[in-house]
Each structure stands twice: as C-alpha cells, then as structure tokens.
Design a protein around this ligand. Structure first.
Ligand SMILES: [Zn+2]
Length: 339
C-alpha cells in the first residue's frame, strides 16, 4: 500500500497482548468474543461463552479471573461448538462478571485474562472485556437496505473479508458498499469489529487538503466510494476500544492532523509528540516501534537555567496540546504555548 506514511497503529495503555518468550511454540490468538455478545443483568442466572480463535497449537488455554482459573477446550464439549477447529471455549457464569461490575466500567467490565501455555510456560496473555446491557441505553429504530442493517448512527455490515490478516485491506470495498446506500455526508468513518481482533486501534487519512502540518495534500476518496467528503478512517479492531467519549477515540481522530511535522525535533516523534510537556496530553509520545505512549510529566525551568521533570497530576484530564489544536485548525498560531 502507498499509504504507510500516514497510517499507524498503537496501544494506548489498553494493551491487549503481552508477548513472552515463545520458545518453540508460536501459538497466538487472532480474535475472541462473547456469545451471546451482550450480558443482560436482568437475566443474571445465565451462562455466557467466551471463544478465542488461536493460530497454532498451545498445550493448554486457561482463563484467569482474579486468580480463579478455568480451562478453555477445543474438544467440542462444554459449550465448544466444534472439536479441533482452533476455536477454544470457556463457559462463564454471568453473575461472576456482574458481581464485580462497576459504573465506571462503562458497560465493559474486565472479564479475565486468557493465557496460552506451552510445556508449562506462559506464551501469550490476552485481556477480555464483557459488554453489559443497561436500561440507560436507548432503544432506536433499525432499518434494513441492501443487506445492510442500520440506525441513525450505526451501520451493521457482514464481511468475510474482515478475517484477512490486515483489517485495513478491505476498507475500500467495505466503504464503497456503504456509499451504495448512504449519501456522501460523512467526514469520518469508524470501523468497529465485533469479532474482537487482538490488534491495535488506528487512524489513517483518506483526504488531506490542510497545508503546513507536514502532510502533502492527497485525495483517495474515490477508492472508498466517497465523492470527496470523506477525510479519514479510524479502526477499532474490537468492541472494547470503541467508545466515542473516551480518550482513545479522540486520540485516533487527532491523528488526522497530528503529528506529521518534519521539523527536526518534532519529526523524530511522528505520529505522536516527542518527549516534551506536550506528551502529557491526549496524543502522548511516540515510543520505540511507533506506538503511542503516556508521558505524564511537565518540563519546567526551576532555577537559573536548570530544567526539571515534574509529575503532571492533571495528566488524566489533559486534552490536546495547543500545537495540536493549531494543527487541527482550532486555534491561531499566536495562541500556541511554548513547547
Ligand atoms: Zn496514536
């Protein structure tokens, strides 16, 4: 693809996989999901199933829920649909998850680690989050057109292409299918995968007409079926990552404009900020490998030319840096703080 220069994926303190010394076993989880997808608290005597699709052959697969362990099986028993298809299953009592469910989980409580073992060694560890139904979620009208099901804000599409190794590869055809039904009225599309892929969220530009932010202008809208309105696409490979009110979502949208600077100091940190006071905000810093990381410090001059790193106690509520807001076209250059 010719767009590597403007797309990236990263973790943001919401890491889904930890890599271990895999020795001779390279087994790795591809995706995982709950079935049924939603837990309804008014129905808390039920059992839900968590299934995980694994590429490779671990010796065993275990769920760790706050130190309480259970084995997943691929033997076609205890909720597992088919034996030896590399999809492992564990049955979970819904009340177990609901008992620990807190309001600040925002309908998506942690539901345990899934651990892959080889000869007694942990070779992979993945975290899981359940989805909880709440009466506060409004019911909306659902429409159907051309095999697409949608509400005023969400479109459901089914695509076998989603199981390709790179989720971005099929975005052009998926978006084109969407524009067969909808007018070209959207600046951004979010692709959210209910299959629950263990991949990073990300954002890439489809069209850029903004000068002075380090990007050339480009327009690939026709590849996506847009007549020119579409500006960018954010990808959320699993339901847990998607929350329009959370910092991760806003961070991805920010990548439409931030940071592509070719300035000497700034350019080294593309697509986030360099180690600086700006790093203590939504866009964070770039850590080795290009992923986004947190840098919860401010840099202040404290005496006679000496500078110090100070813990930023406001880090969790910091928004965009003023330079970021300038790149986004939201403030004037005269309003940008000293970096
Ligand atoms: Zn990022």
């Amino acid at each position: 693809m010719g767009q590597e220069n403007i797309q990236h994926h990263h973790f943001d303190g919401c890491s889904f996989e930890m890599q271990f010394n895999k020795k001779n076993n390279t087994a790795k989880a591809i995706s995982g999901k709950f079935n049924p997808m939603l837990i309804d608290p008014s129905d808390n005597l039920n059992t839900t199933r968590y299934t995980i699709h694994i590429d490779g052959e671990p010796d065993s697969v275990r769920r760790d829920y706050f130190g309480s362990y259970s084995l997943l099986n691929d033997d076609g028993i205890n909720g597992d649909t088919k034996a030896d298809d590399n999809v492992y299953t564990v049955e979970i009592n819904e009340s177990e998850i609901l008992n620990d469910y807190q309001l600040d989980d925002v309908n998506k409580p942690f539901a345990g680690f899934i651990e892959l073992y080889d000869q007694g060694n942990l070779i992979g560890k993945y975290n899981t989050f359940a989805s909880i139904w709440a009466d506060t979620i409004p019911l909306v009208n659902v429409y159907i057109d051309s095999n697409i099901q949608f509400t005023d804000h969400i479109v459901n599409m089914i695509t076998p292409l989603a199981f390709d190794s790179d989720l971005i590869d099929h975005h052009e055809s998926l978006a084109s299918e969407l524009y067969d039904v909808f007018d070209d009225n959207y600046d951004f599309l979010n692709f959210i995968y209910t299959e629950g892929f263990f991949q990073n969220r990300g954002h890439y530009g489809v069209k850029n007409m903004v000068l002075g932010i380090g990007l050339d202008t480009f327009d690939r809208t026709q590849n996506y079926g847009s007549l020119g309105q579409l500006k960018g696409i954010s990808t959320f490979p699993n339901l847990t990552f998607y929350d329009g009110a959370n910092r991760g979502y806003v961070h991805e949208l920010g990548h439409q404009w931030v940071n592509f600077s070719d300035d000497t100091a700034m350019g080294q940190a593309v697509p986030h900020w360099p180690y600086s006071s700006m790093g203590s905000g939504i866009m964070g810093i770039t850590i080795p490998g290009g992923a986004g990381g947190n840098f919860h410090f401010i840099i202040l001059e404290y005496s006679g030319g000496f500078w110090g790193l100070f813990n930023d106690t406001n880090a969790a509520s910091n928004g965009f840096s003023t330079l970021g807001l300038y790149f986004m076209g939201l403030i004037a250059s005269s309003e940008v703080n000293r970096i």
